[in-house]
Design a binder for this molecule. Structure first.
Ligand code: SF4
Length: 347
């Protein structure tokens, strides 16, 4: 009884004030009252960002990566993976096709691939910006100077997940990288006027709910404009620990708490969620999310962009994905936004 009262108190506080301390965030993560949590996150989403869903077309243009993150299928030491790169002119052509499918935002994503020099990336950005489309980069850690060059060339948003703010865990899972530098990168991105996208992986081996509560507090402290939560999915060609468990529900909870604490930000229903649950993206859209990132990468490359196994839509074409997602969104009485979907601060 007392627990129910405490839950009600904390949930109401989150709904009314959008502020919780780490202990209260942890309480919501530990709750079994998932249904109520998801309903309140959905109501908050409706109140602040409405029923429109923003589509961000994802172009995965290179699966080379100089980093070696323990859990990631693109890691440098995964010799089982067939590597590919799409040439800058072909990326630009693909972006033109993508715009014709009706997308208002393109996300260019890759591993950390030094082949794409500042000159190459800035050329790609400038050409894509001629299309009058919002552009997000998700290409990893760069220097301030590089981030500035991309911003000056016209990039609107930058997506860099913090993954985890637990330093011990971070050092274990991202060898040769540093949490301090990652946080600095996020600071730099913010300072340069990008819309900042970040997020975490939920369910990492060795991660605790307490550490996730700290992650959530960190994302709010930035504050991010977009937060994406990916459930941990074990990849057999990595040295990650094969922990048992499906982290779909945990990811939903993290996402719902983020919506309550940052009611007006953009939150994607992630592809990884649908990998773990056939209705994953629709459930997420009804539990706080307002963004979907359909795959616009050409079919021949998709199976090689294997951060985790079992990814959905591998055999589908960009046109099919666009059509399919529209139908899904309409099936839950939501509609696709006609705008570029920038974050509009409301509190
Ligand atoms: S998580 Fe990112 S940086 Fe790390 S290996 Fe994978 S693609 Fe590279």
């Amino acid at each position: 009884m007392r627990d129910d009262k405490e839950f009600e108190y904390i949930l109401n506080k989150a709904v009314q004030s959008h502020t919780l301390d780490e202990k209260e965030i942890l309480y919501l993560l530990e709750t079994k009252n998932n249904k109520q949590l998801f309903e309140q996150a959905d109501k908050t989403r409706k109140k602040y960002v409405g029923d429109e869903v923003h589509l961000r077309a994802l172009i995965e243009f290179s699966n080379y990566c100089r980093q070696n993150c323990v859990y990631c299928g693109l890691r440098r030491d995964n010799s089982q993976l067939t590597r590919y790169r799409i040439e800058p002119n072909d990326i630009i052509e693909l972006a033109k096709k993508t715009k014709n499918y009706g997308y208002k935002t393109i996300v260019l994503q890759s591993g950390e691939d030094p082949y794409y020099t500042v000159e190459k990336i800035t050329k790609i950005i400038s050409e894509i910006k001629y299309l009058d489309i919002a552009l997000t980069l998700s290409i990893g850690e760069k220097t301030f100077k590089e981030y500035k060059a991309y911003r000056d060339a016209g990039a609107d948003r930058y997506l860099l997940r913090i993954e985890t703010t637990d330093e011990f865990l971070y050092n274990k899972l991202d060898p040769a990288m540093s949490l301090k530098n990652r946080m600095q990168c996020i600071e730099d991105i913010k300072q340069l006027g990008y819309e900042v996208g970040s997020g975490i992986i939920a369910g990492l081996p060795g991660q605790t709910l307490k550490s996730i509560a700290r992650d959530i507090a960190y994302l709010k402290s930035i504050p991010v404009d977009m937060a994406g939560i990916g459930p941990f999915i074990y990849h057999p060609n990595t040295p990650a620990e094969n922990i048992k468990g499906n982290f779909f529900e945990l990811s939903l909870k993290v996402m719902a708490v983020l919506r309550l604490l940052m009611p007006d930000i953009n939150i994607p229903a992630t592809t990884a969620m649908e990998t773990l649950n056939p209705q994953g993206r629709l459930i997420a859209l009804q539990s706080g999310a307002n963004v979907v990132m359909p795959n616009a990468t050409e079919t021949i490359y998709r199976k090689y962009y294997e951060i985790y196994p079992g990814k959905i839509c591998l055999g589908d074409s960009p046109a099919h994905c666009r059509f399919c997602i529209e139908n899904k969104i309409q099936s839950i009485n939501r509609y696709i936004s006609k705008g570029k979907g920038f974050h509009i601060r409301q509190n």
